[in-house]
Design a protein. Sequence first.
Length: 222
Amino acid sequence: MLMRHAVSAAAVAGIVGLTVSLAGCAAKVSQEDFNNEVAKVREEMQAGDRQVAGRVDATDQAVAEHQRRLDALDQELQAFRSEYKVSVEKVNGMLKFSVPVHFEFDRSELRESDRPVLDRFASVVKQYYPGALVTVEGFADPAGSQAYNLRLGQQRAEAVRDYLAGPGRLSADGLKAVSYGEVSNRQVVPGAQGRGDAGIENRRVTLVIDHASVAMDQVAMP
């Protein structure tokens, strides 16, 4: 509204200036010429108002659509957390998903039971983060050497990356795999290791979305 008033005020000022100018040389300007000039200024005012109104309407629509997407994304993340016990954390402008995807001792094969959560993750990325970079971070428990666990973490990350790049999921160009091995400050249960369920919390992956297309700082993250 302020922009529309500003345009109209400028046009009115133009009419005032035109009137003074024409009044100063009234002998040389006919009434018809004066009326024509005023009509031109009036048309410029109307055109300016139409342009401003169009921009305001487009901006309002864009803001409303953006808010709708943020609300839908918030609901999606809430459902994702509730259904699969996923935790979501904002870190340096990125979203980090700690998903319940774990591995057997000394293995890197993706378990059948972990595929549904990855399918759901892929659908969220596809709908709300088209073109975003997704990094799969692989981890190992501290059994074995650091070098071995770094390789094992990489194999686990690559197994998940390859699954996410499967038909109907995500583009391989937007996926990468990295390993943190047994790094101590990323262990869920410090020092936990062993076969079976012992240390399984540390044999995992996390999924990180580097999103540049959606302003997530407006989404509630309890």
